[in-house]
Design a protein around this ligand. Structure first.
Ligand SMILES: *[C@@H]1O[C@H](CO)[C@@H](O)[C@H](O)[C@H]1NC(C)=O
Ligand SMILES: *[C@@H]1O[C@H](CO)[C@@H](O)[C@H](O)[C@H]1NC(C)=O
Ligand SMILES: *[C@@H]1O[C@H](CO)[C@@H](O)[C@H](O)[C@H]1NC(C)=O
Ligand SMILES: *[C@@H]1O[C@H](CO)[C@@H](O)[C@H](O)[C@H]1NC(C)=O
Ligand SMILES: *[C@@H]1O[C@H](CO)[C@@H](O)[C@H](O)[C@H]1NC(C)=O
Length: 345
């Protein structure tokens, strides 16, 4: 197996979560990684599961055993492997796996490497160390010096790479035509770009949208100049024998319940004070909030600031009467003067 593939696989494994293991190894679609965290058996198993649905390493064959030798070559201490006695059970000397099971749930094996074995029921989890690699029973709650995870991968390669001839090589994603307009393959990924007059859509960068301000020329079929189209929110108009896209003023069409602002290719609704926008266009009166004891006053829309409420205070009433009297007096005087002048003529 190529070392590049191993490294790439490990980067993939480790990019997910957790501490970096010092050593890893992949064979076919199986990868193994050594972690040097001093944890109990259950925590170790959980850690393997959280990274790529792994599990503590199973040593079912001589090949797995050899991989163990490679993996622990540089490590001293005890490392958990995925073998344990199911809860409530005691060892069974008669069976090949002694009643133990892999953390994958089964007891299939072509290999065993028990060391000294007794029938004690309390030590139920298995660790190994580099000195003899024998399977050693330990209490599951005790802390080993580390653990070894095993992963089954569909591909040992990182996303954007494919496994070919024992190597992870860059995948040419453009082959699958993921972009609406143009595609450029990059190492480990690809990049979409758009033709002139288009920009990448923010919600889906693989797709392109036409950019247009108040007006722009439509996109026409090169083989049929009469087959033209405009972006959404624009209509096609003929001006002096030329086709042109013109922004639709949605506000003129009364799209909003209250206030409307036209934009290029769209519109925005807003509501009067005291109202909340619902959906894109609707407005509802703000709910009076209860609980804290006071309510948000709903201020009516004041059309003419000079308009006065109808109630007038007592002082104001006196003022009005005085005004009326004064006006009548002035009129009397004026009429008197006019009449006097006419009789003089
Ligand atoms: C063990 O350590 C040596 C020297 O530090 C290194 O060259 C070798 O790759 C290590 N082996 C493993 C399996 O990590
Ligand atoms: C697997 O477990 C069954 C009982 O559940 C037992 O009869 C059998 O011997 C075990 N196999 C090994 C290899 O230990
Ligand atoms: C992808 O293409 C766009 C437009 O051509 C460019 O701005 C961007 O830098 C490119 N990104 C990468 C990762 O190459
Ligand atoms: C309508 O909304 C625009 C933009 O928010 C704002 O400038 C304008 O004052 C609003 N008009 C009314 C009548 O609320
Ligand atoms: C106001 O009170 C009603 C019932 O008294 C309750 O259903 C509602 O959730 C309350 N609203 C707020 C904003 O507290």
């Amino acid at each position: 197996m190529d070392t590049v593939a191993i490294l790439v696989s490990l980067t993939f494994l480790l990019s997910v979560k957790g501490e970096a293991p010092r050593v890893g190894y992949c064979i076919e679609k199986q990868c193994f990684a050594v972690f040097q965290d001093q944890v109990d058996f259950g925590t170790a198993q959980k850690h393997c599961e959280e990274n790529n649905n792994g599990y503590l390493m199973t040593v079912r064959s001589l090949i797995s055993h050899s991989i163990l030798l490679i993996l622990l070559g540089n490590h001293t201490g005890d490392y958990w492997i995925g073998l344990h006695l199911p809860s409530g059970q005691c060892p069974d000397q008669a069976s090949f796996l002694r009643g133990y099971r892999w953390t994958t749930g089964d007891n299939e094996t072509k290999f065993q490497n028990w060391g000294h074995f007794d029938d004690v029921c309390s030590s139920k989890c298995i660790s190994v160390s580099k000195y003899d690699f024998v399977w050693k029973k330990q209490p599951c709650e005790s802390k080993a010096d580390g653990f070894i995870c095993e992963y089954k991968l569909d591909s040992p390669c990182q996303h954007g790479y494919v496994f070919e001839n024992d190597k992870c090589v860059d995948e040419d994603e453009c082959y699958m035509a993921p972009c609406e307009h143009e595609c450029t393959n990059t190492i480990g990924s690809y990049n979409c770009s758009c033709w002139d007059g288009f920009i990448r859509m923010t919600e889906d960068t693989n797709r392109c949208q036409f950019v247009c301000l108040a007006e722009c020329s439509p996109k026409c079929d090169p083989s049929n100049a009469h087959q033209c189209y405009c972006p959404n929110g624009y209509f096609l108009e003929n001006k002096n024998d030329e086709s042109i896209c013109v922004d639709i003023d949605e506000c003129e069409m009364g799209e909003c319940l209250h206030n409307c602002t036209n934009t290029y290719g769209g519109y925005l609704c807003s509501c009067d004070e005291g109202f909340d926008l619902v959906g894109l266009k609707g407005c509802v009166k703000k709910e009076p909030s209860n609980g804290s004891g006071f309510t948000i006053p709903i201020t009516p829309i004041v059309k003419h600031p000079t308009e006065r409420p109808s109630t007038v205070k007592a002082g104001g009433l006196l003022g009005i009467i005085v005004c009326i009297v004064v006006v009548i007096l002035v009129m009397v005087v004026l009429i008197h003067l006019i009449l006097k002048r006419e009789s003089d003529v």
